[in-house]
Design a protein around this ligand. Structure first.
Ligand code: SAM
Ligand code: ASE
Length: 346
């Protein structure tokens, strides 16, 4: 039996070492460990992994053994040698070829988000995102900082779309959307959620509205199959330009980027574009009513502090933005997954 004091020390140590766990996962993804093991015809020893990846044998062995303790890899002994293969977790979520691969989000967290989090204390002091500190870029225009380069824009868009292969179904099926025939995904990025929407609701058409740079990058790097004539792109600034006509406006992970004032402005513009009886579907990770959890959403909210101008919100906070903008019948549905859905009517 351990004393409460020892248990507290163990918990403290787990927290202080948490960043090392993230880095093990980041490094294994960056190096291509999971792809290599999925393509190999049989489990590989650490020397073979090192040879294939061009990495040092000692570091490779330490990394692989730590991945085993984290349940990212499995080890067994064959002919006196330890050989490694993927677990169910890594084959499903970390191998590129898997339809549910989250590898681009892992890379984005490793290369961008992690560096902003290195300045969390500063963000709490000054209330600002940390692109200037982390990357030396000005951050007075949020998406100019987020899209610092073409490569960064592609990685952000790839990373963001990963989650919809897992959470797209739950958020789009939280409400029956079959009555909405013309849907506009406002700030829809690569079009990944629009594709899922078109697949689930065979009678709808979806317009993805985003900035000209994002629409160009989407067309170049995220092609939509030609037979999918029900999805189209429209470019503009959602704070100033006319919005496409639609029965349903989707706002997925858009409001969490912005202050209450910017959210109200955007929602009012959407309300004016929306026909009576139409609606808005907000897709976000919802905080509990008292804001005390879930921990993952609280961490995402801090992430919005270091990376954006926004925060995650409670259902009541979303309702308080939607009602003054002219939306009624606000309904919240928790999906049990990472992202939840709120439907409101014009
Ligand atoms: N909805 C997508 C998702 O959840 O995967 C992308 C969410 S991303 C966090 C925010 C999106 O809003 C980006 O695609 C960004 O380009 C777009 N965006 C930001 N400011 C915008 C503006 N002023 N006009 C149009 N789109 C904008
Ligand atoms: C944004 C979403 C994200 C802006 C920056 C972001 C995500 C990571 N960085 O709108 C995806 C959500 N994940 C987290 C950790 O918040």
């Amino acid at each position: 039996m351990s004393s409460p004091e020892e248990a507290a020390y163990r918990l403290l140590t787990e927290y202080t070492n948490g960043f090392m766990v993230s880095q093990v996962l980041f490094a294994a993804c960056e190096l291509g460990v999971f792809d290599l093991l999925s393509e190999a015809p049989e489990p590989l020893g650490s020397a073979a992994v090192a040879a294939h990846l061009g990495t040092c044998p000692r570091g490779t062995q330490l990394l692989l053994d730590t991945c085993v303790s984290l349940k990212l890899l499995q080890v067994q002994t064959r002919g006196g040698e330890a050989v490694y293969r993927n677990t169910e977790l890594s084959s499903t979520y970390l191998v590129r070829a898997s339809p549910k691969c989250q590898g681009n989000m892992v890379l984005y967290l490793a290369r961008t988000t992690y560096l902003c989090w290195g300045h969390l204390a500063q963000a709490v002091r000054d209330g600002k995102n940390q692109y200037r500190k982390a990357f030396g870029v000005p951050s007075d225009d949020l998406f100019t900082a987020i899209y610092r380069s073409e490569g960064e824009r592609v990685l952000f868009m790839r990373g963001l779309q990963d989650v919809w292969s897992v959470s797209g179904g739950p958020v789009l099926e939280a409400f029956d959307l079959s009555a909405f025939r013309l849907i506009c995904d406002v700030g829809g990025g690569s079009g990944a959620l629009a594709k899922q929407c078109a697949a689930r609701y065979p009678r709808c058409r979806v317009t993805v509205f985003d900035t000209p740079d994002v629409v160009r990058t989407a067309k170049e790097h995220f092609p939509i199959p030609e037979e999918e004539e029900r999805i189209s792109f429209c470019e503009g600034d959602f704070f100033t330009d006319p919005l496409p006509e639609a029965d349903l406006y989707i706002l997925a992970r858009v409001l969490h980027d912005w202050s209450d004032e910017r959210c109200s402005h955007l929602l009012t513009r959407i309300q004016r574009a929306c026909r009576p009886g139409g609606g808005v579907l907000v897709i976000e990770s919802l905080l509990d009513a008292d804001g005390r959890g879930p921990l993952t959403t609280q961490l995402y909210s801090l992430n919005m502090l270091v990376q954006t101008e926004g925060r995650e919100r409670t259902p009541a906070q979303y309702a308080a933005l939607l009602a003054p903008a002219g939306f009624r019948a606000v309904q919240c549905r928790a999906t049990g997954g990472l992202y939840d859905a709120i439907l409101a009517r014009r």
